[in-house]
Design a protein around this ligand. Structure first.
Ligand SMILES: C[S@@+](CC[C@H](N)C(=O)[O-])C[C@H]1O[C@@H](n2cnc3c(N)ncnc32)[C@H](O)[C@@H]1O
Length: 182
């Protein structure tokens, strides 16, 4: 499995962030249930497209940005330079103390992960949530099979569906956004 992005992918992602930052990534961040004191995990943060907007919402909280790719982590550090409330973690799968986070979100990440790895990852993400904590994912709707596996695994790990919506994303089409509580 390829973990490091090509230079063109980094360039195109930066361009999309510049063009659609507010309408795509900020809009997603604005719907997250945040009051400002939460411990939050961005799983598969990439260049920090969503994290850029989430970090501003946590004046008394903390954001952990995790990605498997060293290059994306380096770009993410640049996107988020100047913030004091962020930890950067390059890792293949989350290894956190149980019940660490109030909120875990994953934006356009899970559909790309093989099912065998998803089982381990979703179980670890669910365990890393505090009781009453929230898990949010947004994935392309065309990945119907992967989405059904993801939903099944989330529910198997004891989380309950609270809300779901379909959003239209420029260039990428419709995406499913689902909110679960522990
Ligand atoms: C399509 S990008 C999305 C990045 C960001 N969330 C966004 O929406 O702009 C997918 C990201 O997931 C990361 N990723 C893929 N598999 C991963 C894994 N097993 N653990 C952590 N990150 C992973 C990739 O390196 C990449 O940065």
């Amino acid at each position: 499995m390829k973990h490091e992005p090509a230079p063109l992918e980094i360039f195109l992602t930066r361009l999309a962030f510049f063009l659609y930052g507010k309408s795509v990534y900020k809009a997603f961040a604005d719907r997250l249930p945040l009051e400002g004191r939460e411990q939050v995990l961005d799983f598969g943060c990439g260049m920090g497209t969503v994290a850029y907007y989430v970090a501003k919402k946590l004046p008394h909280g903390h954001l952990t940005c995790l990605d498997i790719s060293e290059q994306w982590m380096n770009v993410c550090r640049k996107t988020l330079r100047g913030y004091g409330n962020i930890t950067f973690q390059q890792a293949e799968s989350p290894k956190f103390a149980n019940e660490s986070f109030n909120l875990v979100y994953s934006h356009f990440v899970l559909h790309d992960i093989p099912v065998s790895e998803l089982k381990r990852i979703i179980s670890a993400l669910a365990e890393s949530l505090k009781s009453g904590g929230v898990f949010v994912f947004r994935e392309p709707l065309k990945e119907m099979y992967k989405i059904s596996v993801i939903k099944h695994l989330i529910e198997q790990n004891g989380l309950s569906l609270k809300d779901s919506r379909i959003t239209d994303i420029p260039l990428l089409g419709n995406a499913l956004e689902s909110v679960y509580t522990k």
